[in-house]
Design a protein around this ligand. Sequence first.
Ligand code: SAM
Length: 271
Amino acid sequence: MSGRDLLAEASRRLDRLDARLIVAEASGRAFDQVDDPTWPDLTWSQVERARRMVRRRAEGWPLAYLLGHRGFWDMELGVDPRVLCPRPETELLLELSQRVPMADGAWALDVGTGSGALAIGLKRLHPNWQVAGSDRSQAALQVARANGRQWAPEVHWWWGDLLAPARGRGITPQLVVANLPYVAPGDRVDPAVRHEPACAVWGGADGLSPIRRLVAEAAGLLPAGGRLMLEVGAGQAERVLAHGRGLFHGEATVHPDLSGQGRVVVFCQGG
Ligand SMILES: C[S@@+](CC[C@H](N)C(=O)[O-])C[C@H]1O[C@@H](n2cnc3c(N)ncnc32)[C@H](O)[C@@H]1O
C-alpha cells in the first residue's frame, strides 16, 4: 500500500494532522514525505501498525501515547500511559524560572514530575543549579528516569509524597515548581484525559487538595527569598492566592497563559 493511500484511509477517521503524524511514525518517514509518490510501498507490518494506531486514536487515546513521545520546550520526551502527556501551558513555569535569581549549587525541585518534563527543562536551562524531580508514582519515575538519561543525566529522581523526599534528605530548596493534579469531579475535560493516570489528573473534591497541601509544606520549608511556582487550572488562581497569602509572607503573583487566563501562581518567602 502506498503512503498516499494509507494517509487517505487514515484521514477518513481522523483529522489530517493526526493521520499524517501516525502514518509518518508507523512508516519511519518524515512528516512531509508521507505521501511522496517516489517512495516505495509500505510493508505489511507498517500498514498494520498505522491501522492499530488509527483505531486507538479514534477511540480517544492521546496521540502522544500512540506516537510514544511528546515535544516539550526544546525536547522530545518519551511518554506512555504511566505519565501525563506534558502540556504546552506548563512551559510557562520554565519561562518564569529564568527570572529567578539563584546561586550556583542551590536546589530546585519539581514536585509531581511525571515524565520529568519540568525537572529536565530546569536542569537544561540552569546547568549550575542542583535539580531533583519527585513523584509518588514509582511508575511515573521510571519514565522520568529514562527521559533524564537522554536529556539531563544530572537530574536526581526521588520517590515520595510532596516535599517529604527533600525533608528526608535534609535539603532546603530555593525553588519548588509543581504541576500537580487540579481537576475536580464535574470539570469539563478533553475525553483523552480519561486515558491519563488518575493520580496525575484528579485533585480531590474541589481540585485543590494536593496544591493546598504543597503550599502549606513549602511555606514551612522554603528559606527567605525562596519561591514556590504552581501551575493551576483556569479559574483557580484566586483561591490558591488566598490560601497561600495566609502562609507565605512575601510577594505573591499570578501569571497568565497565552489566552490571558491566570495559570501560574508564584509565592515568595518573606525575610
Ligand atoms: C499533572 S501531573 C504533571 C506531570 C508533570 N509535572 C507535567 O507537568 O507534565 C501530576 C503528577 O503529580 C504526581 N503526584 C500527585 N500527587 C502527588 C503527591 N502527593 N506527591 C508527589 N507527586 C504527586 C502524579 O503522580 C503525577 O505524575
